[in-house]
Design a protein around this ligand. Structure first.
Ligand code: BEZ
Length: 242
């Protein structure tokens, strides 16, 4: 009984969006000026990610990596937006220090050009369930929200404070979701562009018909496990042109 009550209290104070929800709206001040979220990003994918604090080492390594990869994400029609519960002047000083002084894994002189939201009031962090009191009461966990061009939350990944994110995985997830949307397929474990894709399980008339008439080059191991080829150039040409 006690546990249930505790869970309910946490849920009502720290609600979080779920996959398939409309991304909660907010206005915020950032290192690149004011933003209206998510409407400023209509027609684009956006990755909204939080970090615990400025001037901390894991966060520094993450910001350098994301800034280094920003162009690659932009080419996939995706913008980056960071957030922590620090103030604007702290953000600016931290990003300047990163550019002037920090090198990491061969990256140096790194300029962070994407917006970093100031959220001293924790308004946005709370709206997005980025404050998870069991981990830390006032710092945001490392959350990654993938929001699609229609403003819908499509995937969420959380990491604890001590664990730096894997940016190859974040990029892979973005391209995989875009591929699913464009080609009406699913992507299997560890999928990378060029690997076979999964045809949605039976239940969709289109798929049943294709199976029966053999109009598509499917490789079916059983009725529920069908793959087809989708070459890397086809995927990348389609995804990177959008
Ligand atoms: C870091 O980014 O280094 C960090 C931040 C908060 C807690 C632990 C590590």
């Amino acid at each position: 009984m006690e546990n249930t009550q505790h869970t309910n209290t946490v849920e009502s104070s720290f609600a979080m969006p779920r996959i398939g929800d409309k991304a909660p709206e907010f206005k915020a001040v950032t290192t690149q000026g004011e933003i209206n979220f998510p409407s400023d990003y209509d027609g684009k994918w956006v990755i909204l990610f939080s970090h615990p604090a400025d001037f901390t080492p894991v966060c520094t390594s993450e910001f350098m990596t994301f800034a280094h990869l920003e162009e690659k994400f932009n080419k996939a029609n995706c913008e980056l937006v960071g957030l922590s519960v620090d103030g604007l002047y702290s953000h600016i000083a931290w990003l300047r220090t990163i550019k002037d002084k920090i090198s990491y894994k061969g990256m140096k002189d790194i300029e962070v050009k994407f917006p970093l939201i100031e959220d001293i009031t924790m308004e946005v962090a709370k709206k997005y369930g980025m404050i998870q009191p069991g981990e830390h009461k006032t710092q945001a966990v490392r959350a990654v929200f993938f929001i699609d061009p229609q403003g819908i939350v499509r995937s969420i990944i959380y990491y604890p404070l001590s664990l730096g994110r894997n940016f190859d995985e974040i990029y892979r997830a973005l391209i995989a979701m875009q591929t699913s949307d464009k080609f009406n397929v699913a992507t299997p474990a560890d999928w990378e562009p060029g690997d076979d894709v999964i045809i949605s399980p039976a239940g969709s008339c289109g798929v049943a018909e294709e199976r029966m008439t053999g109009t598509e080059d499917l490789d079916c191991k059983d009725w529920f496990f069908c793959t087809k080829k989708l070459d890397k150039d086809t995927v990348l040409n389609e995804v990177l042109k959008s």
